[in-house]
Each structure stands twice: as structure tokens, then as C-alpha cells.
Design a protein around this ligand. Sequence first.
Ligand code: APR
Length: 172
Amino acid sequence: MRNDDRIDLYEGDITSLDVDVIINAANNSLLGGGGVDGAIHRMAGPELLAECRTLGGCVTGEAKITKGYNLKARYIIHTVGPVWRGGENRESERLKNCYKRCFELIKKNNLKNAAFPAISTGVYGFPKNLAARIAVQETQQALDGNPELEKIIFTCFNPESKKAYEVALSQN
Ligand code: APR
């Protein structure tokens, strides 16, 4: 299938999606927070926090996988995006690494479909258009390298994010 057929945009709450795995935009502690992190922990329930406590945190640009617990998604991949500090602090490289590590875990666990939030573009302040370009480029590369991967869903929680993904997808 062409890559474009394997990428969808979804406007809404990532915790409602019935997919193999949803990606969490976490922080280095992996112990929950606000934004999508807060929503995922609220919906997954306290067992998620209990498992996260065993993981010893996560460095920026890396990713770790847990069960999905009360979510419809079977798994959650927690990744820690960079805080935007103006663009001179390897932020783009670190955000690319988040996607690369997530796709490595998706492949390693033979997962067929996944939903991503707009990592780092909320509290962490990463510019939405640049983040969307990175997300789309890394996803196209992952799809090229993994014919087993059937569907990647970019979840948009606000109109600006949706527009950013639409522009990034149209340019690819
Ligand atoms: N479903 C999908 N997307 C969501 C949801 C949700 N339920 N809630 C928020 N979002 C969107 C935000 O609108 C934003 O577009 O997820 C994107 C990422 O924003 P944040 O959740 O703020 O994540 P990030 O910018 O990576 O900052 C991470 O925020 O919540 C804390 O613990 C987290 O410290 C970490 C930091």
C-alpha cells in the first residue's frame, strides 16, 4: 500500500482510540503529568503508574513501552520529547529520536497500528509546523522500512495541530 494510505489524521482524544499502541508525550520521570500524559494516566488507571514506577524514568529522545491497562489500546509507548529552547539545543534531533525509538519499539513488538499525539508541541512549546514535518518524515521512513506496519494515526487536539499535519502531509 502507498504510505499515504497508511497515515490518518484524527481530531480528538487519543485515549479513545482502539489501536495496538498509543504514544504518550511523557516527562523524564514517567510518573504522569498534565496534557496527554495526564489523560492517558487517568484513563489507563493506577496500574499504569505502578508499572511506570518500575521503569526508572526515561531520558529525552528515548522511549519505553508498558501495557495499556484500562485503555482500549493494548500498549502505551512513553517517549520524552525535548523542551523547545529556541532551536539551537538539538531540539529537532531529539524529537526525531523520539519517533525513531517509538518505531523501533513498534517493530520489535510486531505492532500493526499506532496513534501519536503531537509530541512536545504543548507544554514543551515545540513549534507545531516543524514538529509535524518531523513526525511525517520519520513516519514515512518507518513505513518504508516496515511493510507490516498497517496504520499510523496522528491525533490532533486543536485546529492548529491539524493544520500543521495537513500542510506537512501535503508537502511530503
Ligand atoms: N489526546 C490527544 N492529544 C492531546 C490530548 C489528548 N487527550 N491532550 C493533550 N493533547 C495534545 C496537546 O494539545 C498537544 O498538541 O498533545 C500535544 C502534546 O502536548 P502535551 O501533552 O503538553 O505534551 P508535551 O508538549 O510533549 O509536554 C510534555 O507535559 O503533560 C506534561 O507530563 C508531561 O511534562 C510532560 C509535558
